[in-house]
Design a protein around this ligand. Sequence first.
Ligand code: SF4
Length: 300
Amino acid sequence: MSHVHYQEVTCRSALNQVRGRVPFRWSLNPYGACSHRCAFCYARAYARRADRPSDERYGQTVRVKLNVADMLAGELARPGWRHESIAIGTATDPYQPAEGRYRLTHACLERLVAVSNPFSITTRGPLVVRDIDLLVEASRRAAVSVAFSVPTLDERIWRATEPGTAPPRQRLRALGMLIEAGVRTGVFVAPVLPRLSDRPELLEQVVIAAREAGAAFVWMEMLHLKPGSREHFLAMLAEQFPEQLPLYQRLYARRAYLPASEIAPVRARLNELSRRHGIADRRSFRPAPPKPERQLRLAL
Ligand code: SF4
């Protein structure tokens, strides 16, 4: 992997208000850009809009928001804050390698736990297990979930599309540890790639592995390609899967999102597989809210 430059910056706010077709209103990204450098990453589109590199240089510079946890604490303390759930890792991975050194996600979790604020995490980084105690405590106090993105277990597709991530089975091992500790954790099969990772046997492989790891849920999302992501993904496809290039050029010619007719059968298949393989919340320990005295004694 090419050398990653960490650019230490200060931010003027931690929380972003989100509008549009997503199930959350607030997001938090302690890092800017992501050294996992997935070929399909939709953050490449944000990078292009911000006039930053969205091509193969994406992820070579990661902005590290040194004051993000303090900013977050201030925002959570505002009188108007309504303790809404916060989605962590919507644009960049909160457990990318930078977290090993800077621990900004860890510091943000501490601030969230201190005020019992609900949150969800999406990641491809097994490093999340380092925060397992914090996540257990957070789960005692508020609704918390962790989703591991595992689009496929196919070695060739993983290597071609995710040059900087840990192997998918490592993520599933981490998932098992969180579930065992009592943290609601599942698999986000995303992005599913048409005619590549949407093959029934590959989807079933992921669902079976998720079930074996103890996943409490399985969700999915199909690939979408906005300008910035599109060019880079199609260049990867031309190199690694040239036989698929004409199909993708047609599917994504005029829009970033697939039509419902492409999405519905895959979603139905995944739902059916989840039912058949019995995906359900089987955590061995379900956190109960702490007693008030215990809350007071905790020094987080
Ligand atoms: S891990 Fe997520 S944020 Fe990071 S490059 Fe991959 S898709 Fe983008």
